[in-house]
Design a binder for this molecule. Structure first.
Ligand SMILES: Nc1ncnc2c1ncn2[C@@H]1O[C@H](COP(=O)(O)OP(=O)(O)OP(=O)(O)O)[C@@H](O)[C@H]1O
Length: 598
C-alpha cells in the first residue's frame, strides 16, 4: 500500500509523451468511467501512471484519494516506482496494492465487525500450514478416507471464487459435496479465529453488497478506483467494481488486455473485461501502437496469438529478429546449448549486453531447473522467478530484505536505494503495527540502527538475516494479523542456507545482487514474466505436450496460446524459440510457417 502527494510539473511533462499518441491522450483526457484496452508494450502502464498523477492533482481534493488495484505485489511495486518518478511520494492519499490487500486493509480490518460478517474478534490471516490443517479437519468430516485432503484444494478454491452469491440455488445443486466441504472448511477456519487468502475478497464483496453505508464510506475515501491488469483479477474484483462504480458512484479507470489473460485456472475470465468495455456508460479507448517490440516481433506476435489485431510499431522503430532453435536430445541438452552456445552468440552479436537484459522464459519450473543447472556449471549467476526459486520472488518481506541488503552493500554511500525508501517500504509492510507517528519513528530508528551496524557485503547472509529477523521482523509479525506466512518464508529460506540446509550460505553482497538484478540471467516462468520487458527473450521448452499440455481442453489451448503470446511480447530486440526438433509446440510451427509464407 502506498500513499502519495503529487507534483504537478512532473506529470505535466510526462503527459507530453502521451500527446503524440491520440488514443493515450484520449484516455488521459477522459472525465468519466474509462476502460483502456491495449496490447503489449502499448503504454498502458505509462498512461495509467500519468493519469493517476493527474487525477490526484486535479480531480480529487485532499484528504480524499485514489485506490489502485493491481494483479500482484510485483505490479504494485512497479507502479509505485513509476509514480515516484512523477514526483508522487508517500503521503497518505493513494492505496496501491492487490485486491487481497485492498480487501483486507481497507474493508475487513476496519469494518468486518460493523459490517456483520460474523467473523471472530481479532481474527488473523491463516498461514499455509493453518489452512492445510483446517482443510484436513473438514475433509475428515465431509469426505473421509485415506486420500490426501490437499487434492481438493484447487477445486475448493475455484468453487468458492465462482459463487460470489451463495443465495443462488446452484451453490447447493451444482456440486453438493464440494459445497459441504467449503462450508466445513470455512467453519474450521473461523473456529480457529482465522480467515484465508480467498476469504479476503470474497468477504469484502459480501460486506459491500450487504451494506450501503460501507459503499458510501469507500466512495467518500476513494472517489476514484483504478484497476491494472483487469483481465486477470477475477470475479470478486468485478463484483466490487460493479457495486462501487456502477451503483455507489466511484469513478473507474481500468486497464487491461483480453489477449493477455493467463490466469483462467484461478477463476479469472477475460469475458468480464470485455463486458465492462461494452457498457454504454464507459468510454473505451483502444491503443494500437507497440513501443516495446521491434516491428518484426510485433507482426510475428499476431501469428503467435493467432489473431489479427492490427498492432503496429511506431514509425522508425527498430526491426527486431525472431530465431528458431530446434534441438535434439533431452531438456538438459537443450539447456546446455542455450547456456554454452546461444548466450555467447547473442553477446557477440550485441556487445555490451548484460545478462540481466536476457530472460529465459519457460512453461514450467522444472525446465528452469535444467537451465539453472547448466548456468551454474558455466559460472553464470541467475535470478529465478518461479516455484523452485530459492525463495518466492513475490514475497514482500524478502523483496524488502533485498533492498535492505542493497543499502548495506553500498546503497548507504550511493543512495541506491535511499534509506528513506527502505524505511518507508518497510513501514508499509508492517503497517498494521505502525499506527502512529511515534511508532513510525521507532521503526525508522530500529531499522537504521540494525542496518548501519551491518554495512559489510562480506557478512554471512544467514547471520545477517537472522539478526534482522530477531531485531526488527519477529516482534512486529507477532503483533500483525497478516504477516505470519511471510515470516514462514524467511524461516524456510534460513533453514535452506543453514548448517543442515541444501544450499551453502552465501555472502550478503550476493543477496544484494539478487535485488539489483544486474548481470544475472533472468529465469522465469511465462506466467511470472507478465508485465516485464527484456532486450532478449529466450522461450525455452516450447514443445507440444508442454505448451499446450497433453489432453488440454479447447479452453486450455486458448489460454496456453495467450501465455505463449505474453512470453513472445516481452522482447524488445530478439526473440529465440528453443524446442524439441521433432516435437515443436503447434504455436511455434504456426509462427514459423506464417513467417516463411510472408
Ligand atoms: N507515447 C509514448 N511515447 C514513447 N514511448 C512510450 C509511449 N508510451 C509508452 N512508451 C514506452 O513503451 C514501453 C511499454 O510501455 P508500458 O510498459 O507502459 O506498456 P504496457 O502496455 O503496460 O505493456 P504490457 O501490457 O506488455 O506489460 C515503455 O518503455 C514505455 O516507456
Amino acid at each position: 500500500m502506498s500513499s502519495v502527494s503529487s507534483n504537478r510539473a512532473l506529470f505535466l511533462k510526462a503527459a507530453e509523451d502521451l500527446r503524440s499518441n491520440d488514443k493515450q491522450w484520449q484516455a488521459y483526457e477522459a472525465a468519466g468511467h474509462c476502460v483502456l484496452l491495449a496490447g503489449p508494450g502499448s503504454g498502458k502502464t505509462k498512461t495509467l501512471t500519468v493519469k493517476l498523477a493527474r487525477m490526484l492533482s486535479e480531480d480529487v481534493d485532499e484528504p480524499r484519494g485514489i485506490a489502485c488495484i493491481t494483479y500482484n505485489n510485483e505490479c504494485a511495486r512497479e507502479l509505485e516506482s513509476r509514480l515516484e518518478t512523477l514526483g508522487i511520494a508517500p503521503g497518505g492519499r493513494v492505496f496501491i496494492g492487490t485486491v487481497h490487500s485492498f480487501s483486507l486493509t481497507q474493508i475487513l480490518l476496519p469494518y468486518a465487525k460493523v459490517a456483520g460478517l460474523g467473523l471472530p474478534d481479532e481474527f488473523k490471516v491463516a498461514t499455509r500450514q493453518e489452512a492445510r490443517a483446517a482443510l484436513a479437519a473438514a475433509h475428515a468430516q465431509v469426505i473421509g478416507g485415506p486420500e490426501n485432503p490437499q487434492n481438493w484444494d484447487m477445486r475448493l478454491g475455484r468453487h468458492r471464487r465462482r459463487f460470489l452469491n451463495r443465495e443462488l440455488p446452484e451453490w447447493r445443486t451444482l456440486d453438493p459435496e464440494l459445497t459441504e466441504l467449503v462450508e466445513a472448511y470455512e467453519a474450521e477456519l473461523r473456529a480457529r479465529r482465522l480467515i484465508d487468502f480467498d476469504d479476503m475478497p470474497l468477504l469484502a464483496v459480501r460486506a459491500l453488497a450487504a451494506n450501503e453505508w460501507l459503499r458510501t464510506a469507500m466512495v467518500a475515501k476513494y472517489p476514484i478506483l483504478a484497476v491494472d491488469e483487469y483481465q486477470d483479477l477475477g470475479r470478486a474484483l468485478h463484483g466490487m467494481v460493479m457495486g462501487l462504480c456502477f451503483s455507489a458512484g466511484m469513478r473507474l479507470f481500468a486497464v487491461g488486455d483480453i489477449d493477455q489473460s493467463i490466469y483462467g485456472f484461478t477463476g479469472a475470465t477475460p469475458e468480464l473485461l470485455r463486458r465492462l468495455s461494452e457498457r454504454d456508460d464507459v468510454e473505451t479507448v483502444r491503443l494500437g501502437l507497440n513501443y516495446r517490440c521491434g516491428s518484426r516481433i510485433v507482426s510475428a506476435s499476431e501469428y503467435a496469438l493467432g489473431e489479427n489485431r492490427g498492432y503496429k510499431a511506431p514509425d522508425g522503430a527498430h526491426e527486431g529478429t525472431i530465431y528458431f532453435h530446434p534441438c535434439t536430445g533431452g531438456h538438459a541438452g537443450h539447456a546446455r546449448y542455450l547456456v554454452e552456445e546461444l548466450i555467447s552468440e547473442i553477446r557477440e552479436r550485441r556487445p555490451g549486453t548484460n545478462l540481466g537484459e536476457i530472460a529465459v522464459l519457460y512453461p514450467a519450473a522444472f525446465l528452469g531447473d535444467e537451465v539453472a543447472n547448466a548456468a551454474a556449471k558455466h559460472g553464470y549467476s541467475v535470478i529465478r522467478t518461479d516455484g523452485n526459486a530459492l525463495y518466492p520472488r513475490g514475497s514482500r518481506l524478502m523483496r524488502w530484505l533485498e533492498q535492505c541488503a542493497m543499502w548495506c552493500c553500498g546503497g548507504w554511500r550511493s543512495g541506491r536505494p535511499r534509506l528513506s525508501r527502505v524505511v518507508s517500504e518497510g513501514a508499509r509492510l508492517f503497517h498494521e503495527t505502525i499506527i502512529d507517528e511515534d511508532e513510525r519513528l521507532t521503526f525508522q530508528r530500529d531499522v537504521t540502527a540494525a542496518l548501519w551496524d551491518r554495512r559489510d557485503e562480506t557478512l554471512s547472509l544467514s547471520d545477517w538475516l537472522a539478526a534482522l529477523r530477531d531485531e526488527i521482523i519477529r516482534p512486529r509479525v507477532d503483533l500483525a494479523r497478516s504477516l505470519a506466512d511471510e515470516l514462514g518464508i524467511l524461516n524456510d529460506f534460513l533453514n535452506r542456507i543453514g548448517p543442515d540446509g541444501d544450499v551453502d550460505d552465501f555472502p550478503l553482497g550476493e543477496f544484494a545482487g539478487i535485488g539489483s538484478g544486474l548481470d544475472r540471467l533472468n529465469l522465469s516462468t511465462l506466467h511470472s514474466a507478465k508485465g516485464r520487458e527484456f532486450d532478449v527473450v529466450i522461450l525455452f521448452g516450447v514443445d507440444e505436450g508442454r505448451l499446450p499440455r497433453n489432453n488440454a481442453t479447447e479452453n486450455d489451448v486458448r489460454e496456453a496460446r495467450r501465455l505463449f503470446y505474453v512470453g513472445f511480447t516481452r522482447a524488445r530486440h530478439e526473440i529465440h524459440l528453443v524446442y524439441a526438433q521433432h516435437n515443436p509446440s503447434r504455436f511455434v510451427t504456426e509462427v514459423q510457417e506464417r513467417l516463411e509464407g510472408e
